[in-house]
Write a protein that binds this ligand. Structure first.
Ligand code: KPL
Length: 297
């Protein structure tokens, strides 16, 4: 049995893709534990189906926990439920950005805490409907020392979903590669209120992207020793913006739905890190403040 904490788009995708009877959602303290979660699932290919996932019962002994909460909720959500799970049960974190993963690993260093980076696309265009909008890859790797021996078993269990999963010993580096893309696309789409592809011709983007990429390049080198030139980062950001030109980014979607954004874990994380490392980050700081003003901070 795999327990899933966080019944949003990604949690719903795992619930629907894992074989029937293998997944259960984890209720948070105070939430009712006697009702199943039901939704319609539209797979990437094939017909829509009805999905019904139970809630984990006290007598269930999950062999793996997936945490698919928003970055800002993760530490509190996990703290509310973690004591019911044996200390050797692997916990895989699926949050966007960085900062929340390290906070969890620092709080429970004795547990096997892993992180995942995924390019699977899932969304909920209307209540009760979950859409697997794009297939991709998922990389899983260890954050804490005890997690190193859990990677292969976690990958094998997740492969039961039929999704493509890879072990990734250098998961932090991989999370950084995604972070720089999100840092170069998401805040612009939120501030400009436009789909990903439209940022490229906007004056705000054009006047700040080179300086942003300079900041990203220096931070990435200092934090995880990945050397990438500002120009190559800009090219990657623009390639992803073009490949996903019609998409509404997750940050723009949060602003439109008046939900808290993940800016503190993307450009906000980078600005904070810059202060710690003595690297100037005026563009990350400016983008963070502008997005904070738009959302419910
Ligand atoms: O990951 C994304 C997001 O929206 O969070 C991108 C790559 C920008 C695609 O929309």
């Amino acid at each position: 049995m795999i327990g899933i904490l966080g019944a949003g788009s990604l949690g719903g995708l795992w619930g629907a893709m894992l074989p029937a009877g293998r997944a259960a959602f984890i209720a948070r303290p105070g939430e009712p534990t006697d009702t199943d979660l039901s939704y319609r699932f539209r797979p990437f290919e094939g017909p829509e189906s009805a999905v019904r996932i139970p809630l984990l019962r006290a007598s269930d002994r999950p062999e793996l926990i997936l945490v698919t909460t928003k970055a800002g909720d993760t530490l509190d959500a996990l703290a509310g439920v973690i004591d019911q799970f044996r200390v050797d049960i692997p916990i895989v974190l699926f949050q966007n950005g960085l900062g929340s993963q390290q906070a969890v690993a620092a709080r429970w260093p004795e547990r096997p805490i892993l992180a995942a980076s995924t390019t699977e696309g899932a969304n909920r265009p209307e209540p009760g409907l979950l859409v697997h909008a794009g297939t991709g890859d998922t990389w899983v790797g260890p954050l804490t020392e005890p997690a190193k021996i859990s990677v292969d078993s976690a990958v094998a269990r997740l492969e039961d979903s039929g999704l493509t999963i890879h072990p990734e010993p250098a998961i932090l580096q991989r999370l950084w590669q995604k972070l720089v893309i999100n840092a170069g696309i998401n805040p612009y789409t939120a501030i400009l209120d436009c789909p990903n592809g439209e940022i490229l011709s906007a004056p705000l983007y054009q006047s700040t992207i080179d300086e942003l990429c300079q900041e990203l390049s220096e931070l990435m080198n200092a934090a995880v020793q990945i050397r990438q030139t500002p120009d190559s980062l800009r090219q990657r950001i623009e390639q992803v913006a073009k490949n996903t030109a019609g998409n509404t980014s997750s940050m723009r979607a949060d602003v439109l739905r008046k939900r808290q954004t993940e800016i503190d874990f993307i450009n906000g994380y980078l600005a904070k890190l810059g202060k710690e490392l003595g690297i100037g980050t005026p563009v990350n700081q400016m983008l963070t403040e502008q997005v904070q003003q738009l959302s419910s901070h």
